[in-house]
Design a protein around this ligand. Structure first.
Ligand code: MG
Length: 341
């Protein structure tokens, strides 16, 4: 079946800049996709790449869209280069959306709500935020590290641990900022603290990164989670083949074939944390759909990011300690598409 294809580029300022080990991120750039078949069926998708994470750029995705010249079939999506994973994933989601019917919606397996981790700002601002989020009911918190001096951050970690509610746990995300020695110091420090896991301690493209990550996972009791290491084509399958003992952080918006990745992870009984790529509500609907369809262990998701945008029309579901399936169903891609005109 052929589809008419339209797209709209977006550039949306965040309400507050996001600080990571890669610097300050002030606005989200991406592309909305709209497909229409000859029978009045419409489907939407979002392309929300993060180039510093290892994806294509928005300009690369737009270049490929221009070559498609406004129409599309499944085979053309399949033939797109693997480098354009976000575009492939967005087009695939749009086609699935156009083919979705009331029956397929009603037949969805899964639960009615999923738990969320509370996202803390980097640095000392996390201390006030952890108290607010604990009051709101969160028990799992994620803190960005590798942003300030490592020794200062380890001292702050102890203040954060002291501020945790009963049963509270922290996830640390270094976004690949550390070298081997810094990662070892951190993992020693975390060993007897309530740290659920340390996410991406070293960069995926540093020399010997796979062996270093496997070594760290074997040497310390705190589990390690892979995130940036899972973005390129075939990464998930490769780590499954290596028998990765830690957690897989899965940003389905950055994957060319999220269904296939989730199926492989499910078969391996992997520990998976579904995570936001700071996409808008349109992409979040698809990403949360994958999380709701997951049949394995349900770890708190890294999707508690909204409200995120200055223009709140582009936000996903509000940030409570859980997200309900009905909130995801309520996200209306057509409204978001029209909001860009
Ligand atoms: Mg991460």
């Amino acid at each position: 079946m052929r589809f008419l294809l339209n797209h709209r580029r977006y550039l949306l300022p965040f309400r507050a800049s996001v600080r990571t080990a890669h610097g300050v991120w002030a606005e989200r750039e991406g592309v909305y996709l709209r497909l229409e078949d000859g029978q009045g069926n419409v489907g939407y998708g979002e392309v929300a790449p993060i180039p510093w994470f290892g994806t294509e750029t928005v300009d690369e995705a737009l270049g490929a869209l221009e070559q498609l010249a406004g129409n599309l079939d499944d085979e053309q999506v399949r033939l797109l280069p693997v480098r354009l994973a976000c575009l492939k994933g967005g087009l695939t989601a749009a086609i699935a959306d156009a083919r979705r019917t009331e029956e397929t919606n009603a037949a969805r397996p899964g639960v009615d709500f999923l738990p969320l981790a509370g996202l803390l700002p980097a640095g000392r601002a996390a201390l006030a935020a952890v108290c607010d989020k604990a009051d709101a009911g969160f028990r799992v918190f994620k803190w960005k590290v590798g942003v300030e001096d490592a020794a200062d951050e380890r001292a702050m970690l102890d203040d954060l641990v002291a501020a945790l509610p009963e049963g509270g746990r922290l996830r640390l995300d270094a976004n690949g900022a550390w070298d081997r020695r810094t990662a070892q110091r951190w993992l020693e420090h975390c060993a007897d603290r309530p740290v659920e896991f340390v996410e991406q301690p070293v960069a995926p493209d540093s020399r010997g990164a796979d062996d270093l990550l496997l070594g760290l996972a074997g040497d310390f009791p705190t589990p390690i989670a892979l995130d940036e290491s899972l973005v390129r084509d075939g990464d998930v399958e490769r780590w499954l083949g290596l028998g990765w003992p830690g957690v897989y952080v899965v940003k389905t918006s950055l994957l060319a074939s999220p269904e296939a990745c989730c199926a492989a992870l499910s078969r391996a009984r992997a520990r998976v944390v579904f995570s936001s790529a700071l996409e808008t509500g349109l992409g979040a609907k698809a990403a949360l759909g994958h999380a709701f369809a997951w049949d394995g262990e349900r770890l708190a998701m890294g999707m508690g990011v909204w409200p995120l945008f200055e223009d709140s029309r582009f936000d996903g579901p509000p940030c409570l300690p859980f997200v309900r399936r009905a909130q995801v169903d309520d996200l209306n891609p057509e409204n978001l598409w029209n909001a860009l005109s």
